[in-house]
Design a protein around this ligand. Structure first.
Ligand code: I22
Ligand code: ZN
Length: 194
């Protein structure tokens, strides 16, 4: 394995994918629109939830902390949480029911009309994430999907689908994070102008 070549290739591929996003005006407008949706949710005293598996769970937790803590500057907190953070709950529901139910069950308990669910899955096919979106739709929530190229099963069930045009999981996740960070920046700046 040529390690130096691997470093160069990954940087090249990451830059190339982000260049594609930059050239895609629909994608730029979509990120702006999702920001508007989240701002509207908070103005109506709503809550924003995030979910995903593996690296996408980490991204869900990271993005929710930008909103509930702070992003660039001091301002009041916003309600945002990643659905996997209660390990006692996750292990109990996965053990007693099914791993597929861990997020949808929690959405059943807490998701209210006009709350927002941001669901991250590079394949768009993770069953627990798909079920969470289905339950969020049932509860009258607004559903946002961050996926890879095809959108997978999430493509047909999300109100807004941010489908990064690639099939390479880590590169897709890196794009989810720059788009997610950008949404947090816009939300903070619009809700708490300095
Ligand atoms: O972070 C990575 C790969 O970069 C992995 O942990 C990855 O998130 C996991 O394999 C996930 O289970 C993939 O699920 P998904 O993106 O298809 O929903
Ligand atoms: Zn990863």
């Amino acid at each position: 394995m040529d390690q130096l070549a691997t470093v160069r290739l990954n940087l090249q591929n990451s830059i190339a994918l982000k260049q594609r996003l930059l050239a895609d005006e629909e994608m730029i407008s979509l990120v702006s629109k999702i920001s508007d949706v989240i701002i509207e949710c908070y103005r109506n005293k709503g809550k924003v939830f995030f979910c995903g598996n593996g690296g996408s769970a980490a991204d869900a937790q990271h993005l929710s902390a930008e909103l509930s803590g702070r992003y660039y500057y001091d301002r009041p907190p916003l309600f945002a949480e990643a659905l996997h953070v209660n390990t006692s709950y996750i292990t109990a529901v996965a053990n007693d029911y099914s791993y597929d139910e861990i997020y949808s069950r929690w959405i059943t308990a807490i998701g209210q009309e006009n709350d927002v669910l941001v669901a991250l899955s590079t394949s768009g096919n993770s069953t627990n994430v798909v079920k969470a979106i289905e339950q969020a739709n049932t509860n009258g929530m607004i559903t946002v999907g961050f996926t890879g190229k095809t959108g997978g099963k999430m493509g047909a069930i999300c109100d807004y689908l941010l489908a990064v045009p690639d099939t390479d999981t880590p590169r897709i996740q890196e794009c989810h994070m720059i788009m997610g960070h950008t949404i947090c920046e816009i939300v903070e700046a619009r809700l708490f102008p300095r």
